[in-house]
Design a protein around this ligand. Structure first.
Ligand code: UGA
Length: 432
């Protein structure tokens, strides 16, 4: 099929590259000229395992193209994917200005009938609005069919998630469009669930909100475990054996971050509020997460009394491993609070240091490797469970730090082993 993808951000680029890989002719459109030039050279603007090599392969096969010109992308397109960002506005709801712009561009430049597929995460009812905006701006009165096709990719495993996802959701009232989408996704071999437009839009928000709720739930359990002498890792394992609960997203830690859960949970509270429904559970999920992000700093304060003048090594800065994404990373709240408390902060991240320097307080200094971060530090905080950080031996902390005191926000080590090595080790939801 001929496909146009509007937006070469994280979702658009992965979608475009993977659809080219399954044999379609894909043209990705972006307004950023510099970005398009780089993409044409096979340079990915995001760090995503496997993406760049797949991109280069499909560019050389002539199945993948990048352009700034909408008319070029739409000329032959059977399907147009809208994959632009819906960032959070300062007052909570999603900013839909990029969606509106994409809809106007489609209206202006479309010269043949096409199926419009919205992949961006948008509030319930937006797809209908997109259709209306396209019609209002249409120059050639082409027939458009509209489909909501939310994405469930995780950063860091986006390519693999695209090919091995649990389900593909297709929301549309139009049978022909549904058939075309089912055909498009056939090579993926993933179950397709067809529903109506509004339900598909809601499935995306509800799924992210539920996953966020699982994380905040296990984090609260971990806080209670600490007080009662239970071990949250065992509790989560025991809970996860129940198939109705499942083992995933029960990893206690320092809260969720990233570009999706914080934004989408806030947006859903707002969406519900707009129809006069107070989503109490989700509000608590958000509040619990905010408190959990600085949990290690409060543990350190309890242990040291004051952190003024202490050198604190932050190991891992990205919101999770295998990405350089710093959006809403717990490290931001941690570094801010530590700096406010007068600590000297040294950060290490194998990939995200450059991005981190843009958002962490200017006082933070950066180390090239864990040894440099830990050398001379009074305490260490593990914030992201990168393999490079997990690979550190307990003896490394002893060798490089003044007096090793380790606060582990991702439960990377066995407390018993740390104890047997005379290490002071504090983790989440387990006895010290
Ligand atoms: C999330 C969802 O998992 C995807 O299904 C969804 O498509 C995506 O948002 C999106 O809306 O675009 P992502 O934000 O990339 O994906 O990352 P996750 O792997 O879900 O992790 C999110 C955060 O939760 C991370 O900070 C991670 O450390 C934290 N987390 C995750 C936990 O603290 N405990 C867990 O058990 C799992």
């Amino acid at each position: 099929m001929n496909i146009a993808v509007i937006g070469t951000g994280y979702v658009g680029l992965v979608t475009g590259v993977c659809l080219a890989e399954t044999g379609n002719r894909v043209t990705c459109i972006d307004v950023d000229e510099q970005k398009v030039l780089k993409l044409r050279d096979g340079i990915s603007p995001i760090y995503e395992p496997g993406l760049e090599s797949l991109m280069i392969e499909n560019l050389s096969r002539g199945r993948l193209h990048f352009t700034c010109a909408h008319e070029e992308g739409f000329r032959e397109a059977d399907l147009i994917f809208i994959c632009v960002g819906t960032p959070q506005r300062p007052d909570g709801p999603a900013d839909l200005s990029y969606i509106e712009q994409a809809a106007r561009d489609i209206g202006r430049h479309l010269v043949k009938p096409a199926v419009i597929v919205v992949k961006s995460t948008v509030p319930v009812g937006t797809n209908e609005h997109v259709k209306a905006v396209i019609a209002a701006n249409s120059r050639h009165s082409c027939q458009v069919r509209i489909v909501s096709n939310p994405e469930f990719l995780r950063e860091g495993s986006a390519v693999s998630d695209t090919f091995h996802g649990d389900r593909i959701v297709i929301g549309t009232e139009d049978d022909e469009a549904a058939e075309l989408m089912t055909e498009l996704y056939r090579p993926f071999g993933i179950p397709v669930y067809r529903t109506d437009l509004r339900s598909a839009e809601m499935i995306k928000y509800a799924s992210n909100a539920f996953l966020a709720a699982k994380i905040s739930f296990i984090n609260e359990i971990s806080n209670v475990c600490e007080k009662l002498g239970a071990d949250v890792e065992s509790v989560a394992y025991g809970m996860g054996l129940d198939q109705r609960i499942g083992p995933q997203f029960l990893k206690a830690g320092i809260g969720y971050g990233g570009s999706c859960f914080p934004k989408d949970t806030n947006a859903l509270v707002q969406i519900a509020g707009n129809v006069h429904y107070e989503f109490k559970l989700l509000k608590s999920v958000i509040e619990v997460n905010r408190d959990q992000q600085t949990k290690l700093v409060h543990k350190a304060l309890e242990r040291f009394g004051s952190l003024k003048g202490l050198r604190v090594a932050l190991l891992g800065l990205a919101f999770k491993p295998h990405t350089d994404d710093m959006r809403e990373a717990p490290s931001i709240a941690v570094a801010r609070l530590l700096t406010e408390l007068g600590a000297q902060v040294v950060g290490y991240d194998p990939v995200a240091a450059t991005q981190a320097a843009r958002v962490l307080p200017p006082e933070v200094v950066y180390a090239a490797d864990p040894q440099q971060a830990l050398s001379g530090s009074d305490l260490a905080m593990i914030l992201t469970e990168w393999p490079q950080i997990r690979a550190l031996e307990p003896a490394d902390f002893r060798r490089w730090m003044n007096e090793p005191v380790v606060f582990d926000g991702r439960n990377c080590y066995d407390p018993q082993q740390m104890k047997s090595m005379n290490m002071e080790y504090h983790s989440i939801g387990r006895a010290s």
